[in-house]
Design a protein around this ligand. Structure first.
Ligand code: ADP
Ligand code: MG
Length: 395
């Protein structure tokens, strides 16, 4: 069952010069600058972030860009090239999360979070253009937030470090947008680097950039956007978080991060069957992240296929956050030459990734499309991603 409204197609990104002239047409003057922030793909480490564990996402070559000009008054004017929502006007002095509509929650949430930190934000005119697919699990929302916070950090002279911007965007998502997300997405978007994955310790925010380039290894990273989002996604996410909290409480640890693979046998006797499987996913997934980092360093991306596969099986069977479309994307990819594949993102829809030899790319793409058609599913969107730069100013 799918509500079918996710992952609306976004068009190709505007050239920076075109974005600036679009800004000028709409706001009657030039922007102060243009800032860009990427979406992300999580290579491995799913539902580990809120358990204070490890994740290994990378910033992708699909980005949100915002052209922004500060205003002398308290007015906020927001416009997106996507969606035909028209101009949204708000006021700095009365930001109201309940009244905020659509994508404007993200920039308004960021402004609100900065205000919570005592930072004086000016009124702004802002034009957004993004080619990060919406709701595909590539974090189009954080791409917007990270572009906006990069712009405002500079325009206000606040000088926030990346770690602080990560917390501010988390506060925006959690308390203004109302999405109970962790710190992975914005860490990848703000701290990613070209040709690298971001090995993040979600307890300490410590980051290590790990070289990850598929191309020199004769591979491509395919994203298969199933374009479905099942209606129980929000409830499913909340209940998985609750299971993890329960598991940590029963096991007497601050977070599941503190449970090791060796502890699992004892844990199985202390937890009910379902909670145990949830805990086992998190513990094993943390371990898989560490193994992936090690393998990437020692042998490169060609060596991590089995870990991607194991991650998917764990999400399908232990954490139970996959769905038939994601399982089919993964199975069809693997049967037709991918060396490893897994669903990525929160689950219950969204996208899968398939690490695929260049020579098998066409076959995998065709096989997945055919398998979806045979199953009576809508056509998936399939594209390649490469690890790209984190948020920065582009003009
Ligand atoms: P995800 O972050 O996984 O893509 P979310 O549900 O968190 O999914 O965020 C998707 C929402 O972000 C959309 O519903 C829309 O409100 C907003 N959004 C993303 N990109 C754009 C854009 N280019 N223009 C307008 N709104 C956008
Ligand atoms: Mg999001």
């Amino acid at each position: 069952m799918s509500n079918g409204n996710s992952a609306d197609a976004v068009s190709a990104p505007l050239e920076t010069a075109a974005l600036i002239s679009r800004f000028e047409e709409n706001f009657g003057r030039l922007p102060d600058g243009v800032w860009q922030a990427p979406g992300r793909v999580n290579l491995i480490g799913e539902h580990t972030d809120y358990n204070e564990g490890f994740v290994l996402p990378f910033a992708i070559d699909k980005t949100a860009r915002v052209a922004v000009a500060a205003r002398p008054d308290s007015t906020i004017r927001l416009l997106s090239t996507y969606g035909g929502q028209g101009l949204t006007t708000a006021d700095l002095t009365s930001l109201d999360s309940a009244a905020a509509r659509g994508w404007t929650k993200y920039p308004l949430g960021v402004i609100w979070a900065l205000q919570q930190r005592g930072i004086e934000v000016p009124g702004i005119d802002l034009l957004l253009d993004s080619d990060v697919p919406l709701g595909a699990g590539l974090s189009s929302s954080h791409a917007i937030e990270c572009a906006v916070i990069s712009a405002l950090n500079e325009l206000t002279g606040a000088g926030l470090q990346a770690e602080e911007m990560v917390l501010a965007t988390q506060q925006a998502e959690n308390d203004f947008v109302g999405a109970p997300t962790g710190i992975m997405d914005q860490s990848a978007s703000l701290r990613g680097a070209k040709g690298h994955a971001v090995f993040l310790d979600c307890r300490t925010q410590e980051v290590q950039l790990v070289p990850f380039e598929a191309e020199p290894a004769g591979l491509v990273m395919l994203v298969i956007d199933t374009k479905v989002q099942h209606s129980h996604a929000d409830g499913g996410y909340a209940s998985r978080r609750a299971s993890c909290e329960l598991g940590a409480e029963v096991l007497g640890v601050p977070a599941l991060r503190d449970v090791t693979v060796d502890d699992l046998e004892e844990a199985s006797g202390l937890l009910d069957e379902v909670t145990f499987r949830r805990v086992r996913h998190v513990v094993m997934e943390n371990d898989r992240v560490l193994q992936t980092v090690e393998l990437l360093a020692r042998q490169g991306p060609g060596a991590i296929g089995a870990l991607l596969d194991a991650s998917h099986v764990s999400m399908r069977d232990d954490f139970e956050i996959s769905c038939p479309e994601l399982d089919l994307a993964v199975d069809a990819s693997r049967r037709n030459g991918a060396i490893g594949a897994r669903m990525t993102g929160g689950g219950f829809g969204g996208a899968a990734i398939a690490l695929t030899p260049v020579a098998a790319e066409a076959e995998v793409r065709a096989a997945v499309v055919n398998a979806f058609a045979d199953a009576g599913y809508g056509k998936p969107d399939i594209f390649t991603v490469t690890p790209a730069a984190g948020a920065h100013r582009i003009s």
